[in-house]
Design a protein around this ligand. Structure first.
Ligand SMILES: NC(=O)c1ccc[n+]([C@@H]2O[C@H](COP(=O)([O-])OP(=O)(O)OC[C@H]3O[C@@H](n4cnc5c(N)ncnc54)[C@H](O)[C@@H]3O)[C@@H](O)[C@H]2O)c1
Length: 349
């Protein structure tokens, strides 16, 4: 605690800067420390955040009694190791996606959470994209009916320099995969959040346009325990970066979204289908934040996730995305890779 406020710290200052920005701008906590082995990144953060303590050694960060919560923003394969050590030192943690790169390692985080009683959240901020609120509501209220089909497509672009920077991206050891584990894991999380538990996957994966070791393109057929089916494709080869499509078709209607904007909203029970769709697309169809009722900037992105984490700790409740939730996406991604490697359908446990 510092000045009676929850002390927030960030470990790893790439995307970690978005965590630091969010904590720095939120009055329920105080950003007290940052930690990185990269001195240039540390210096930049110290300049940006007045009064923050800078550490190069994680053990020093753990010894800082002002620190109550740590955002773990290290390369993906380092998440479990550092998150477990932080919880064992009595710190609450917010872990970047993916939780870690295998279900076994991700489970270590859940085990530590249970053992230590600390609060642990995971960054799957796309659940809080503006268009996700009505889509999730349409599923949960039953208005979409029984889900039949989903189509999910993450058509992004990363040039070779993206993989060359930092050295860990596109490696099995540190990234745990490529376009699916790194970029599309958010949409994998949304898929299982919206459509339920996955029963099996049948997949192909390959390296088409990058000098990396994992994959830059995957294509999967997904079967859910409910009986519904889906297709899921991910790529970092779609120049210059095209779309993220999320489409759900149920017995009660169809919803389609692209790039966080609602595109289609059709329901069999609508009184005036076209008028209802037009109203929904005005509100959720074009990033039209002004049309939203609340302080929209706080509804989504890292700002929302960090604020939720801080509120969870202060109010003694679980955060909106827990390690148990985030583990499912890691299991699905690893099943896709196993199916692509073996050429066989993989059934999830
Ligand atoms: N939620 C999102 O939208 C989102 C976006 C980007 C990245 N990420 C995730 O965040 C994580 C980090 O990605 P990034 O793009 O910021 O990577 P990055 O390589 O830019 O940053 C990682 C930082 O960790 C530091 N670091 C490495 N080892 C360290 C150690 N032992 N002690 C202290 N610092 C250490 C590095 O110096 C580097 O500054 C990854 O898991 C990635 O998947 C999530």
């Amino acid at each position: 605690m510092k000045n009676g406020k929850l002390g927030y710290a960030v470990l790893g200052l790439g995307i970690g800067m978005a965590h630091a920005d969010a904590a720095y701008g939120y009055d329920r906590a105080e950003l007290v420390a940052v930690c990185d082995i990269d001195e240039a990144r540390l210096a930049k953060a110290q300049k940006r955040y007045a009064g923050v303590t800078a550490y190069t050694d994680f053990e020093d960060l753990l010894r800082d009694e002002q620190v109550d919560v740590i955002s773990i923003c290290l390369p993906s394969a380092m998440h479990a190791d550092f998150a477990v050590r932080a919880m064992e030192a009595g710190k609450h943690v917010l872990v970047e996606k993916p939780l870690d790169i295998t279900p076994e390692r991700a489970q270590l985080i859940e085990d530590a959470r249970q053992r230590t009683g600390m609060i642990c959240g995971v960054v799957h901020q796309n659940r809080f994209n503006v268009d996700m609120y009505p889509i999730r509501e349409a599923v949960e209220s039953g208005r979409l009916g029984s889900l039949i089909l989903g189509t999910f497509a993450v058509k992004w672009y990363r040039d070779q320099s993206y993989y060359d920077n930092g050295g860990w991206r596109g490696t099995w050891e540190m990234d745990g995969g490529g376009s699916l584990m790194n970029q599309a894991v958010h949409t994998v999380d949304l898929m299982q959040w919206l459509m339920g538990d996955v029963e099996s996957v049948t997949s192909h994966a390959g390296i088409y346009n990058h000098d990396i070791k994992t994959e830059d393109t995957t294509a999967s057929l997904i079967k859910f325990k409910s009986g519904a089916v889906a297709t899921f494709v991910s790529t970092t080869c779609a120049y210059p970066g095209i779309s993220t499509e999320i489409c759900l078709y149920g017995t009660g209607g169809s919803v389609e979204a692209d790039a966080d904007c609602l595109k289609t909203w059709k329901f069999t029970d609508a009184e005036d289908e076209d008028a209802e769709e037009a109203a929904m697309l005005t509100r959720y169809g074009g990033g039209n934040l002004a049309a939203l009722p609340e302080d929209a900037a706080r509804l989504f992105g890292h700002q929302h996730v960090v604020e939720d984490m801080i509120s969870a700790v202060r109010d003694g409740r679980p955060p909106e995305v827990t390690p148990a939730d985030a583990l499912r996406a890691v299991e699905i991604v690893c099943a896709v890779y196993e199916s692509a490697r073996t050429g066989k359908t993989v059934t999830l446990s």
